[in-house]
Design a protein around this ligand. Sequence first.
Ligand code: SAH
Ligand code: SF4
Length: 352
Amino acid sequence: MPRPMYDLSFTALEAEVVASGLRPVHAKTLWRALHRDGVEDLTERADFLPPLRRWIGERVSGAGFSIALPPVRSETASSDGLTRKYLLALEDGQEVETVLMGYPGRHTACISTQAGCAMGCVFCATGQMGFIRHLTAGEIVAQVLHCRRVLRAAGSDGLRNLVLMGMGEPLHNYDAVMAALEIITDRRGINIGPARITISTVGVVPGILRLAAEQRPYGLAVSLHGATEEERATLVPVSRRWPLDELIAVCREYCRLTARRIFFEWTLIAGRNDSAETARRLAVLLKGIDAHINLIPLNPTESYDGAAASADSARAFQRILRDAGFPATIRQRRGIDVAAGCGQLRAERRGA
Ligand code: SAH
Ligand code: SF4
């Protein structure tokens, strides 16, 4: 089996190149071609010096390294054309979703970190699948390269923001995610600024503490969905493992250690977590935290009978948070016509 070259950090690639007797400068050339230029065929590069060409001829083929990106299994676009969703096929046949959203010049890619998810949030199509496996760093990087290739083919190279809000729980796959983000932020390569990257977590407490301890420079979003333990645990089963009180205490600690703002994600479900009383409780819960709350009306999924909160209750919820001093936005349900919710495209294809 060939080894995906996108799994390698710059240092690891350099070590490979140097171990073959080449000068380190060739690693830089190769890295730029792969990550900055996103080339599909390394043999086409006329600017490569003969030793690098030879190395590529020997090593980037057969059982050596592979630079192929995962093929697109299916693709859908929203009717407004602003959201495109790709189902990418991995080496072992697993499929993950990557979504590209935005306007020319400022696109956001939403990428997956696992096939399936172990966290089991009841309203989430990925949670309903269960856990299949972690993605490798290279599989995470490849999704970003795929998005840039699509944008470049359309004459735009404006991939500016990255959110880890596709399938899976990023902090359950911590090491591969951090390795991927180091590659994605490398200035010689893809070069997406760390401040333009947001990691979204269901609330994996040890992972949040580790992000703070390691002073990782990325944005953090915490999916809350409930303002009391009881309300949250019915939607987010892992709340029993990392209870709400503990999670909020850790969020405070994260803010103290990093001086960063936290985004809180809140899927609004009619009659479950969209009341004025819940909004007031949430405001009390988050008191003193530098928080921005994103309200996301539920995208209905096959195995969950909840419905999206009405526009009126979403606005009322937002008003209460704003009156309490919190920035709160209602995320547009962009591309609902392309099954834009997390994991929904794959679930649809499987007839789940
Ligand atoms: N596992 C991480 C990141 C992936 S999910 C997390 O849970 O944060 C990204 C966001 O989409 C989460 O806030 C999640 O609660 C939300 N989400 C999942 N399914 C949804 C649905 N059907 N409708 C609305 N939001 C959903
Ligand atoms: Fe996993 Fe996030 Fe879906 Fe929950 S919402 S099941 S944590 S992907």
